[in-house]
Structures are given as C-alpha cells and as structure tokens.
Design a protein around this ligand. Structure first.
Ligand SMILES: Nc1nc2c(c(=O)[nH]1)N[C@H]1C(S)=C(S)[C@@H](COP(=O)(O)O)O[C@H]1N2
Ligand SMILES: [Mo]
Length: 253
C-alpha cells in the first residue's frame, strides 16, 4: 500500500472515531438528554457509557435467549422478604401475602392519560412473554432463569403514556427505588414478570411481580414491585435510589 493510501485510511479511521466521539458529545449536550451524573465527577463515566450505548448500539437489540436445558440454580439475593424488614411497607406486604396477593395492585401513575392500578389477574390477562435469559449481578455471579410476564410497554400503553414522557421510575415493597429511560422501558424483553421457571414468581425472587431489564445489570431488575411512575424528567430516586449502594444509574451489559 502506498504511503498516500495508508495516510488516507488512517485519516478515515481517525475521522470516523472523531465523528463517533462528536456524536457522544452532542448526545450529552442535547438539552433533552441531561446526563445522570449526580453532580459527581466519578459518575461522568456512567454518562459516557450511557451516551455511547445510546449512540452506537441498535436500540432494540435482543439479549441472548437460552433453552430450558440451560436453566441453572438461581440464588435469591438482596431482600428475601419485605415483610420481615423494619420499614413502613412491611406490614402492608405481610397482609397482601397472607391474602395470596389477591388485593395486591401495581399502581401506574405520573405522565399517563389514565392513571390506574393493575391486579395480578389483570396483568395476567394481557399478552404474555416468556424468556430464558442470563441474570448478571454486580457482585460477580450470573444465573440463567425463565421469566414470564407482560411487556412493560404493554402496561404503559394501556395507561396511555403521554408524548412528553421520557423515563419510568419504579418502587418496591422493600423501599427500593430506581428508574430506566423509555428506550429500555419499551425494549421487547423488558417485562413485568409474575412467573419464574414456569411457576408463580417466588417471594424471595420478588413475588408477586418484578421487573426484568435484561440489557442492564441485575440490580435494575427490581423485585417486589409496588408502583410505576412515568416522568418527563430524569429522576433516579435520589438518596433512596441506587446511589446509596454506590451503583450507576445506567449499567448496560
Ligand atoms: N426490590 C429489590 N429489588 C432487587 C433487589 C433487592 O434487594 N430488592 N436486589 C437486586 C439485585 S442486586 C439482584 S442481583 C437481583 C437479585 O434477584 P434474585 O433475588 O431473584 O436473584 O434483584 C435485584 N432487585
Ligand atoms: Mo445484584
């Protein structure tokens, strides 16, 4: 190859990388994409991961799905039973569990045309999706499980999500709070799971309903769901959110 050819090719590669970096920078600057830094310098790495994923990766790319033969032992971690905790919702959770979760409701509110709640029976009446996926925990273990539930987007659409909406914040009976953006909320594999390994979702794994966010790290898959709040602006739950564990808001895998 001639020196000119080499130069041209290198030049093209450098120009390509510069364009990608420019895209990421533009993404971070765009007013509707204010980065989730918590005002902390170290957290700017999260912004770069988030922006790079959003600019470079196809938005609805599916994570790998496995077969029943691949199912593995699946430890329950974090909260095992919100009813045993010393916190405000423990008693409510104990009562709901004692009634077989017949009175349990998932509240869907915020930026939706029809704020409402869903019983388990109502969620089960919506079109279901079953997927066998690998769960990856930030502590270093992973496991393969089968999840059955209703796509989050189906529930958001049933509540009439408003055009200005950008994020879904969610909270649980053990006091956990987190949020995802609408790209992940509308991802086909993001489901509200009421089934695990072809049975009702066991309490230690988040029963009666947990989120599965398959393209992010395990802690985004919130167990013991109580409430979804659709928001126009980014809200990670502040001190109640993952910042309390030192965890990133966006942790794509
Ligand atoms: N509400 C709630 N959701 C949660 C947790 C929790 O403690 N409480 N732990 C998270 C973490 S760190 C992981 S790895 C998974 C664990 O899910 P499992 O108990 O089904 O293995 O749930 C996530 N969702
Ligand atoms: Mo985890």
């Amino acid at each position: 190859m001639s020196r000119d050819g080499l130069f041209t090719r290198r030049h093209a590669i450098v120009a390509g990388l510069a364009a990608a970096a420019g895209g990421v920078a533009a993404y971070l600057r765009a007013p509707r994409m204010l980065p989730p830094t918590y005002g902390n310098l170290l957290r700017m790495g999260d912004d770069l991961t988030y922006a790079a994923h959003r600019v470079l990766l196809p938005r609805q790319a599916l994570v790998k799905e496995y077969s029943v033969a691949d199912l593995s032992p699946f430890p329950a971690t974090g909260t095992y039973d919100p009813g045993l905790l010393d916190q405000p919702l423990a008693e409510t959770y104990r009562r709901l569990r004692a009634g077989g979760f017949a009175d349990w409701r998932l509240v869907v509110e915020g930026r939706v045309a029809r704020p409402r709640s869903f019983s388990l029976a109502e969620l089960k009446a919506l079109p279901a999706r079953t997927q066998i996926t690998r769960h990856t925990c930030e502590e270093g273990w992973s496991a393969i499980g089968q999840w059955t539930g209703v796509p989050l987007r189906t529930v958001l659409q049933a509540a009439g999500i408003l055009p200005t909406a950008r994020y879904v914040k969610y909270s649980a009976y053990d006091g956990w709070v987190d949020s995802i953006d609408l790209i992940d909320a509308f991802h086909p594999q993001t489901i509200l799971a009421y089934g695990m390994n072809a049975r009702d979702l066991p309490v230690p794994h988040g029963g009666p309903l947990r989120l599965r966010v398959e393209n992010q790290i395990g802690y985004k898959s919130m167990k013991f769901l109580a409430r979804l709040e659709v928001t126009d602006t980014w809200d990670d739950g502040g001190e109640e959110g993952n910042i309390q564990h030192g965890w990133a808001w966006y942790n794509g895998i």
